[in-house]
Design a binder for this molecule. Structure first.
Ligand SMILES: O=C(CO)[C@H](O)[C@H](O)COP(=O)(O)O
Length: 224
């Protein structure tokens, strides 16, 4: 079952959490398994503090007994564990189906190490088939939709959806993502786009579980 694989990947990643760490907690159903697994380790005596990437993850983390700090007070995180919509062998990922990619990117960037956890359905040869979510300042939405359309991104705004920061999300589908760095640079250059779901430099490793077997990917040059 996919949920068993999500849990197996989550438990493997949570095993990397050491006493005293400040941990970044991701968002989504797979990250929720990690939050629950970390809560179990805390209940068993592990001492950690955490920052969260969404209000939902904060609620869950507190519910399972994890000490959650305000990320606004934090400059550096030891280890972040988060899900993904796609992950490839380069440790390039697309994130944000859950809409939390802006906070997820910030927390990941602040982290000494970031681990993606996923069931096998998220593993791809090359990222690019998943929709690429973009967070947009509501003030800029019409302009940004026009520019994204001109770029061939086939943008679709999420109906009745706001991020935890009150912004809009537009799901893009580029015909090709052959050069994800070029796409990331294009998106970053559009005023009104606050963030996007391309994670090209953040992910150090991934635990991916398929039919109960967990495999680990490590970015070339990343240290465990
Ligand atoms: O990026 C995310 C949220 O913004 C999630 O990590 C991603 O969408 C995967 O979610 P799930 O584990 O529920 O499949």
């Amino acid at each position: 079952m996919i949920d068993d694989d999500k849990k197996a990947a989550a438990v493997a990643a949570v095993a990397e959490v050491a006493d005293g760490m400040l941990v970044g907690l991701g968002t989504g159903s797979t990250a929720a398994f990690a939050i629950r697994a970390l809560g179990e380790r805390v209940a068993a005596g592990l001492t950690v503090r955490a920052v969260v990437t969404s209000d939902a993850s904060g609620t869950l983390a507190r519910d399972v007994g994890i000490d959650v700090l305000d990320f606004a007070d934090i400059a550096a995180v030891d280890l972040t564990i988060d899900g993904a919509d796609e992950i490839d062998a380069r440790c390039f990922a697309i994130k944000g189906a859950g809409g939390a990619m802006l906070r997820e990117k910030i927390v990941a960037a602040s982290s000494a190490r970031m681990i993606v956890i996923a069931d096998g359905s998220k593993q791809v040869d090359r990222i690019g088939a998943a929709k690429l979510p973009v967070e947009v300042l509501p003030f800029a939405i019409t302009y940004v939709m026009r520019v994204l359309t001109e770029l061939g991104a086939a943008p679709v705004m999420r109906d009745n959806y706001r991020t935890d920061q009150g912004n809009l999300v537009v799901d893009c589908h580029f015909a090709t993502l052959e050069d994800p760095r070029a796409t990331a640079a294009l998106l970053a250059a559009i005023p009104g786009i606050l963030g996007h779901g391309l994670f090209l430099d953040e992910v150090d490793a991934a635990y991916i579980a398929t039919n109960g077997v967990v495999t680990r990917l490590e970015r070339a040059g990343a240290s465990a």
